[in-house]
Each structure stands twice: as structure tokens, then as C-alpha cells.
Design a protein around this ligand. Structure first.
Ligand code: ADP
Length: 557
């Protein structure tokens, strides 16, 4: 590795880490998930390109976090599955490398996933695993976060004894930790130890005053205190606290809390014999529950629709694939048919040709000119049919050919073709000029056939009243060789310039120019087989130029 590229890699690593640090430092509420997803995905791609394993695992962890947030917003189960997959991959790397902090974060996130799936036993397992990695961290507040998470899981499992044990550990490290205090209050409240609960919650509230973004905790604290007041029959205080909680829930749009508070308020009003208000609260409670249900139903429907769309897409894809398979099978059948049919036709045709020749010779003196002409038609047609069958046979052999990597000197190929046509580049200089050509890799017999067809057409489609002139030369660019065969023949109309490469396509009557219409189709096949291209530029009456571009090594294409 050169120093330059080492510097470049260090720069890229810094860039990847900067993006991931940016994501990790983002303020939860103002996060734009789409933007974050794009940036982190890009960082991951970069990390993969330079094989920076820590960067890959870290970006997987961030992406998982984005998916979890996506689930919190849209309740899409597929987001949770994606998050889980990424976390399992990332955690393996962090644990193998002994990177405790990141391992504990990953466990923490997996625990969140199990919280959403209501599997609190698995959630606990990952909480505890996360905690075991966090113990080593010199930052003890970090340990407290994990302890508090364990407490939440024990509360979900209604195991208040263990919840208290972990809360005490947490409060021992950080006695004024507001989250631990309110949780302690909550456990006491759930154990109906209201006096102690009140003490912890009020203590937590004084701590929360110093913090931002704690609406949810404020709200919960007021609700619990309100309920405790209700239990102690202090209805006025209960109403006051619950209304305070409701304001926070309304302002922050925390619908579950709004529901809980309306139910509690209804109880308080009933106890106060204020039935009108109690009824209003019950009505509100039902209305909000309906809204919550509708919202979750809406999400479920959206998810269902999304899955339906996926199924439709998959079906369409499968249909295209099976169509492709059918087409391939049909093509194979057609190729086999062409091969077998043309092969079997050869024998009866040979009989027709030899017996008509015998007949021609033996009855030559006994028949009149008309009859001779008829016999001539038979022999001619049989000869034409022979050419056609041979062409079809050759073509079907071509379709079964696999591209090879023989070294082909195109100068030699053209030398051979000129000999076949009884031409000599030095002698017939006015007819044919061939520039020096390159060497390529491919199937020599097929490449020879390709250029023989093109030269043969250049000779065949010459103007009747003008000497033939053919020029062959080549260019090479980025390992692609383009061979140009230019003639001064009859030319081809623009509209016909692509049709001529199709099978059996001919532009002239048989008595004008003979042929089977297979030659250029075979050329197109050979070029395709070598991953190249063939096209023509021509003007009617001015001549045609055929271009063949081929990769120097078709196997690399
Ligand atoms: P064939 O030569 O057997 O008719 P090809 O597939 O080789 O079949 O060519 C298809 C048609 O393309 C020809 O019938 C002819 O009309 C046209 N063509 C091919 N090469 C030339 C050329 N060099 N100049 C003019 N027309 C050509």
C-alpha cells in the first residue's frame, strides 16, 4: 500500500466515524429518520469498500437504532426484524473483538425489540447481558442506565422484589438519579406502599426540574401522585395533580397517558359525586380509546397493504422469470427442431438432386427445349434448397456453440477469406484493401464465418455497372476492437438497416440476388456470443459500411 492511499483510507475512516458520531449525538425528538438512514447507509457502504470492520459494525448498530425508531413511529414489524438482524451481526463483531461498550448498547437495543414484542424473559436476558458489559465501563452513570432498564423489565414481569434489588444498586451509585427515583416510587406505588411512593416521586420531581425533555416522567409522576391522593381520599389534591398530568399529556400528545388520566379523573369525580364531570371523563376516555385503536388499526392496514404490494411484486417477478424460462425452452426446442429437420431433409434432397442430374444426362437428346427448361428448374430449386438447408444447419450448430478463447489473428482470418473468394489483397488492390488488424480471443471458426459473410455480401450486393471496392480497417478503444467493412454496393434503405439482421430477412427477389436471409442473422448471433455489437450505416446507391465491435477478450465481459 502506498503512503498516499494509506492517508486516503485514514481520511475515509475519519469521515465514516464523523457520520456515525453525528447520528449518535442527534437529539431524539428532532431526528429526521430518512436523512439519518441515507447518511448512515452511505457510511456503511464506504466502510465495506475499505473493509473497515469496526465502521461496518458501528453503522449496523446505528441502522438498527433507526429501524427501532421507525417501528416506534410506524409500528412496522419488518423494521424490527431488520433491526434484529443488524444487531446480531454487529454484536458478534463487538463481542469477538472485546469492545464492551458497543456490545452492551447492542444488547440494550435487542432488549428494546423484545419489549415491543412483549417477550420480557428474553428482554431480561439481554438487559442482563448489556449490564455485564457495562460494569467494566469507567463511566458509572452508564451502568445506572442499564440497571434502570433491568428494573423496567422486572416491573413488566411484576417481579417487584428483583426490581427493588436493582433499583437499590442503581441508587447506590447515583442517589439523586431522577429516573431511578421515579422508578422506585413507581414500584412502591405498584406495591401500594403509597407513603414511600409519594416520597420517592416528589424527590424525583425536584431532580427533574433540572432536566429537559422529561415531560413523560413529569406526567407519570403527577398521575401516580394523583392516584395516591385518591387512595387517601384527598380528592381535591387528586383532581389537581391529575389535571396537571393531563395538561402535560395533552401538550405532548401522549395518548396512553390521556386515557389513563381520564379514567382516574372519572373515579375521582364519582367519589366527589360530581356525576356530570365523571360522565364527561368516561366519554372522553372511550373516545380516546377509540382513537388509539383506530390509529393502531390504520398502521396495521398500512402494513398489510405494504405486504400485499410486496406479494404482488413477487408474483409479477415470478411470472416474468417463468416466461423467461418458457422462452428459453421454446428457443431450445426450435433450435433442436431446425437441426433435426434440416438434417433429415438433406437425404431426400440429395436423392432429388442426383436423380434429376442423372435424368438430365440420360434423356438430354430425347426431350425438347421446354422440357429441358422444366428439368433445369427442378435442378436449380433443389440446389437452392440445398444451400438453404446447409445454412439452417450451420446456424443451428452456431446456436449450440460456447464462446471460447482461441487467439485469433484477424489478419490471418481475412487472408483465408480472400483466398476463398479468389482475391489477393496485393494484386486486387483496386477491389479490396485491408489495413493491419488486431488479434482477439474467441471461436476462430465462428469469427471467420462472420467476416466471410460480410465480405460475401459486399461482393454479392455490388452495383452491376461499377467495379467492386471493399475497404477493411479497425480501431481499438478500451479493449474494444471495432472492425469496419465498407463497400460501394447498392446500399440499404435506412428503414431496413435493422431488419436485415433478423432470420430469413431479405430485401431482394431471388432472381435478383440469391441467398437464404440467414447470413446476417448468423453474424448477429456470432457477435452476441462474443459479447460484441454489429450495425450498419448505409445510403441507398452509395454503398454500405458494416461495423463489428468485439471485446479483445469476450470471457472477461
Ligand atoms: P442473404 O445474403 O442470404 O440474402 P443476409 O442475411 O446475408 O442474407 O442479408 C440480408 C439482406 O441484407 C440481404 O438480402 C440484402 O438485401 C441486405 N444486405 C446485406 N449485406 C448487404 C450489403 N453489403 N449491401 C447491400 N445490402 C446488403
Amino acid at each position: 500500500m502506498t503512503i498516499g492511499s494509506q492517508e486516503n483510507i485514514t481520511e475515509q475512516i475519519n469521515e465514516i466515524n464523523a457520520t456515525l458520531d453525528w447520528y449518535w449525538a442527534l437529539n431524539e425528538s428532532s431526528i429526521d429518520l430518512k436523512e439519518a438512514f441515507e447518511k448512515v447507509s452511505l457510511a456503511k457502504e464506504k466502510a465495506i469498500t475499505i473493509e473497515y470492520s469496526f465502521g461496518i459494525a458501528r453503522s449496523q448498530m446505528c441502522l438498527a437504532n433507526i429501524y427501532i425508531k421507525d417501528f416506534q413511529k410506524f409500528e412496522s414489524t419488518s423494521a424490527l426484524i431488520k433491526a434484529m438482524k443488524l444487531l446480531k451481526q454487529a454484536i458478534k463483531y463487538f463481542e469477538d473483538e472485546g469492545i464492551s461498550k458497543h456490545s452492551s448498547w447492542c444488547h440494550n437495543m435487542i432488549a428494546w425489540i423484545y419489549f415491543y414484542t412483549n417477550d420480557h424473559i428474553k428482554r431480561l436476558k439481554h438487559n442482563l447481558a448489556g449490564y455485564s458489559f457495562a460494569i467494566n465501563d469507567p463511566e458509572r452513570t452508564y451502568e445506572v442506565i442499564h440497571l434502570n432498564n433491568i428494573v423496567d423489565t422486572y416491573i413488566s414481569l411484576n417481579d417487584y422484589k428483583n426490581a427493588n434489588i436493582y433499583l437499590d444498586k442503581s441508587l447506590k451509585i447515583s442517589p439523586n438519579n431522577a429516573v431511578a427515583l421515579i422508578k422506585k416510587g413507581k414500584v412502591k406505588y405498584l406495591q401500594e406502599d403509597f407513603d414511600e411512593a409519594k416520597e420517592y416521586i416528589e424527590n424525583a420531581l425536584t431532580q427533574f426540574d433540572k432536566r429537559k425533555n422529561v415531560e413523560r416522567f413529569y406526567c407519570s409522576a403527577n398521575v401516580m401522585l394523583g392516584d395516591i391522593a385518591y387512595e387517601k381520599e384527598a380528592y381535591k389534591t387528586a383532581e389537581k395533580l391529575l389535571k396537571k398530568g393531563l395538561k402535560i399529556a395533552d401538550d405532548s400528545n401522549i395518548i396512553e397517558k390521556q386515557i389513563e388520566i381520564h379514567l382516574l379523573l372519572a373515579k375521582v369525580f364519582t367519589a366527589k359525586k360530581n356525576f356530570l364531570h365523571a360522565t364527561e371523563c368516561y366519554e372522553k376516555y372511550f373516545e380516546l380509546r377509540k382513537k388509539l385503536n383506530a390509529e393502531s388499526l390504520k398502521n396495521k392496514v398500512q402494513e398489510f397493504e405494504y405486504e400485499e404490494k410486496l406479494i404482488q411484486l413477487n408474483d409479477a417477478f415470478a411470472e416474468v422469470e417463468s416466461e423467461k424460462e418458457n422462452l428459453k425452452r421454446n428457443n431450445r426446442n426450435l433450435e433442436n427442431f431446425a437441426h433435426v429437420a434440416s438434417h433429415d431433409m438433406k437425404e431426400p434432397l440429395r436423392m432429388i438432386r442426383s436423380f434429376s442430374q442423372l435424368l438430365e444426362r440420360s434423356i438430354d437428346t430425347k426431350i425438347d427445349d421446354n422440357e429441358k427448361e422444366y428439368l433445369g428448374y427442378i435442378t436449380n430449386s433443389a440446389n437452392r434448397l440445398n444451400i438453404l438447408i446447409n445454412d439452417i444447419l450451420d446456424y443451428s450448430k452456431l446456436t449450440q456453440m460456447k464462446v471460447g478463447s482461441e487467439k485469433i489473428d484477424l489478419n490471418e482470418v481475412f487472408k483465408q477469406i480472400l483466398t476463398d473468394f479468389n482475391l489477393n489483397a496485393e494484386k486486387d488492390i483496386d477491389t479490396i484493401s485491408i489495413a493491419s488488424l488486431p488479434t482477439i480471443l474467441g471461436v476462430e471458426s465462428a469469427i471467420t464465418r462472420l467476416f466471410r459473410n460480410l465480405i460475401s455480401n459486399a461482393i454479392k450486393f455490388a452495383k452491376k455497372d461499377e467495379p467492386i471496392k471493399i475497404k477493411v480497417n479497425s480501431t481499438k478503444e478500451n479493449n474494444i476492437v471495432t472492425i469496419k467493412i465498407e463497400d460501394n454496393g447498392i446500399g440499404i434503405l435506412t428503414d431496413n438497416q435493422s431488419i436485415i439482421f433478423e432470420m430469413f430477412s431479405r430485401l431482394h427477389a431471388k432472381n435478383e440476388y440469391d441467398g437464404s436471409g440467414i447470413g446476417l442473422a448468423a453474424c448477429a448471433h456470432i457477435v452476441k456470443m462474443h459479447h460484441g455489437k454489429i450495425w450498419v450505416e448505409s445510403e441507398i446507391g452509395e454503398g454500405s459500411t458494416f461495423f463489428v465491435s468485439l471485446p479483445v477478450n469476450p470471457k472477461k465481459e
